[in-house]
Structures are given as C-alpha cells and as structure tokens.
Write a protein that binds this ligand. Structure first.
Ligand code: PLP
Length: 412
C-alpha cells in the first residue's frame, strides 16, 4: 500500500502492546469464564469479582450533575474552583513555599504532553528511568523529541543515583532545556517509590546543574493516592519545593486513579515556581498548548471534584472509600511479594501500587507461555508486568509460581 501519511521521521508501531494483550485476555474470558483466566494486563483497579471499582461517592455525584454541568464548555485551564480543588488534592496537607499555578488537562497524559511541548525543544532528549510507562516515548515521538533513559536500579537494587547524575550532566552539556520525568511514588511498571535518600541524591544532582541550563522536573504522581499513607507519600514535596531557580518542578496529578475517573479524562499540571512571573508564564503557555491540542478539558469531572472539595463530609466519604480500595491493593502487592519470595521469583524493587515487574530475558516468550495457561501480563523491554490492581488477592498469590514455571519452561 502506498502510505498517505506524513510520518516526518516518527516511528509509529502497528499495535499497542497493552491493548493487544488486554484484547487476548478478554477473548479468553469470553471463552473460558473469568475464574479460569488471570487478566493482569489492565492499569485500573478491579474488585475480587473482576468488576471495575468506581468509588460509589464519586459515581453518585456524577449522576447528580445537571446538563449545564457537563454540557457547557469549561475554561481552557479548567474552572477556577476545580483548579483550587486539584491543588488541595495533589498537595494534601503540604503548604508550598513556591508560587503555584494549576492548569487542568484531560488526563495526566495531557499534562506530560504539555510539559514536554513547552519545556524542551524539537530534537531534544527527554530524560526518564529505563523502567517507564510507554506513552512517555509516544509523547516525545509525537512532538519530535527523543527519550534518553538512566538505569533506574544499580546492581544492589538501589535507585541508581550515579546514572541519574551522569545522564543529567551529559544531556545538559548539549541541551539548553531538559525535561526530566520521574514517575514516583508507586512507579509504573515497577511499583518503586523513591526514598528520602534517593530524593536527597536527586536534589544534589539538580543543585549542580549550571544556572544557565533550564530544567523542568516533571513528577508523574499518577499513583500517589494508592502508594501509602497520604502525608507520608507526599514528603518529597518538601525537597522539590526547595530547588534552585533554574529548576521548575511540575506535578502531573491525575484524577484517573485517585477518583476512579479514568475515562472521564481529568487531571492537572501544577508548577512550583520560584517567581510569580514563571508561574504566570506556566499558566499562559500551557493554556496555549491546550487550546491547540484539545481545547477545553471535560467539565463533568471538574464539577464532581469541585463538589467533593467544597463539602467536608463528601471529602471524608471519598477518602474513606479510597482508603479501603488502597488497603486492598496494598494487601495484594504484599501477597504477590510473599509468594514470590517463597518460590524464588525475583522482582524489580517494589514498594506499592498497581503493578509488579519481573525482570527476564524474553518477555514476549514468557507472556506467550503464560497465555497458554490463560494468564495475561504485559511484556516490557526487559521484563513482564503484572497488574495486582486487576487481579484478586487469591490470583496475586498464584501468579508468582505460574510466572516462575513459565520462565523455567522457556529455559529448558
Ligand atoms: N502516568 C502513568 C505512569 C500512568 O500509568 C498513567 C495511566 O495509566 C498516567 C500517567 C496517566 O493517565 P491518564 O492520562 O489516564 O490520567
């Protein structure tokens, strides 16, 4: 076929691996029934019966919306009340010292997209960890940037601060701008959360970047509200709120997981700027990019989140429901870890969150072997990812031995 597309150097794969694996799992479920299949592909929280968890309190508010609440256009950067609510939701009890500005976006993906568009140049390389969510590369490619990664872990399984430092120095030698994306706490795909020592090392590296180089430190906190105790998992804010003036922290805070509003497309990008001018500029340039990409973000989820944050009783209800879901998820992660230790299955360092990752040499081969047993995972470049969010605790207990057996079978 003669292509009609102006690829402009972009490499566009034929299929998305996550959606392809998910479709295979769905197919198996319709043939054999849900009890016979482990679908550990999906990045959404499911209950033990295999139903998508939607916070009841959020669902109720969504259904109470009047037509004008969802049909009217929202301002490009989101309604003022929503922006205030998202600041509270993202920062929790932390009081920022910096100047903040909030721009609402249709999902965390869009926040990352805007940050890359406005804080790097075409041809630049975006720095992130080798274990990362695949759409970072998609966003970079679409915007004519590339990805450079640092090794996330050293040989002892600790956060690889030396390689982070090396890559920051290397890239800032040639680029005036550098976007760094760190996905923590509860990283996708590993489940790792940077420790206070890791943050100390990240700050040390950033403190040494020459002042004429401009860094946007994008903190993708998509899983923060499922990573542990809310104040505890926000402790890193004290570090990033205290960086030098050539570093602009940008928090990509998504409502997809936090409010179980995945398909409603709602998030915010929040800067912690050194001056009111940089904060104002952040609002202006990112609104411009939004206008050019999707225009207005959906109004319905903004209205729901605004209502939650303007009523203490509602907020307490949502938080209590979420805490139950989070505890269930944490228990699944511990169940997986416990069984992995028992059967000698090595995982990539894990703290909490939706996923556990197992390093291996032939991820596609391991997934294919598991598919024969009606078990579905996602292959990454150097490992396979299991969604504990989408699997019951009982299935999480069974998974490690199944994965171990598939890896051993391949070695025979
Ligand atoms: N970042 C990571 C690491 C994710 O896994 C996701 C969702 O899966 C997102 C960001 C943002 O998702 P959304 O665009 O649905 O908010």
């Amino acid at each position: 076929m003669k292509s009609m597309v102006a690829y402009n150097g972009r490499e566009i794969p034929r299929e998305d691996k996550v959606f392809a694996a998910c479709a295979k799992a769905q197919d198996a479920i319709s043939k054999f029934g849900p009890d016979e299949v482990i679908n550990a592909t999906v990045g959404a929280l499911y209950d033990d019966a295999g139903q998508l968890i939607v916070l009841r309190s959020v669902d109720k508010l969504m259904k109470e919306l009047e037509p004008a609440d969802y049909a009217a256009y929202a301002p490009i950067a989101g309604t003022p009340e929503f922006r205030k609510a998202m600041l509270k939701a993202a920062l929790g009890s932390y009081e920022p010292k910096s100047y903040t500005c909030v721009v609402g976006t249709p999902g965390g993906t869009a926040a990352i997209r805007n940050a890359v568009a406005n804080y790097s140049c075409p041809g630049d390389r975006i720095l992130t960890h080798n274990w990362h969510w695949a759409p970072y590369k998609t966003v970079a490619t679409e915007l004519y940037r590339g990805i450079e990664h640092f090794e996330m872990f050293d040989e002892e399984g600790r956060f690889n601060t030396a390689d982070f430092d090396y890559k920051v120095r290397k890239l800032t030698r040639n680029q005036e701008h550098l976007v760094i994306i760190l996905n923590t706490p509860a990283n996708n795909p590993t489940g790792y959360s940077l420790t206070p020592d890791d943050w100390y090392a990240v700050k040390k590296t950033l403190d040494e970047v020459p002042l004429e180089k401009k860094i946007a430190l994008v903190l993708d906190v998509a899983y923060i509200d499922f990573a542990g105790e809310p104040d505890e998992v926000r402790k890193f804010l004290g570090v990033v709120d205290n960086l030098r003036s050539n570093i602009l922290p940008v928090i990509a805070y998504s409502a997809s997981k936090t409010f179980t509003l995945y398909g409603a497309r709602c998030a915010a990008m929040i800067c912690l700027a050194h001056s009111p001018e940089v904060a104002e500029e952040f609002g202006r340039v990112n609104s411009f990019s939004s206008r050019a990409s999707w225009s207005n973000p959906p109004r319905a989820p903004q209205e729901v989140i605004t209502r939650i944050y303007s009523d203490e009783r509602l907020l307490a209800e949502v938080e209590a429901e979420r805490a139950m879901a989070r505890d269930m998820l944490l228990a699944r992660g511990r169940a997986f870890e416990g069984e992995a230790a028992k059967c000698g299955l090595k995982t990539v360092p894990f703290s909490a969150g939706y996923f556990v990752t197992i390093p291996c040499d032939d991820p596609d081969g391991v997934c294919d072997k598991l598919n024969e047993k009606n078990v579905f995972l996602i292959p990454f470049e150097n490992g396979v990812r299991a969604s504990v969010a989408a699997s019951s605790e009982e299935k999480c207990r069974r998974l490690p031995a199944l994965i171990k057996a598939a890896m051993e079978e391949l070695q025979r």
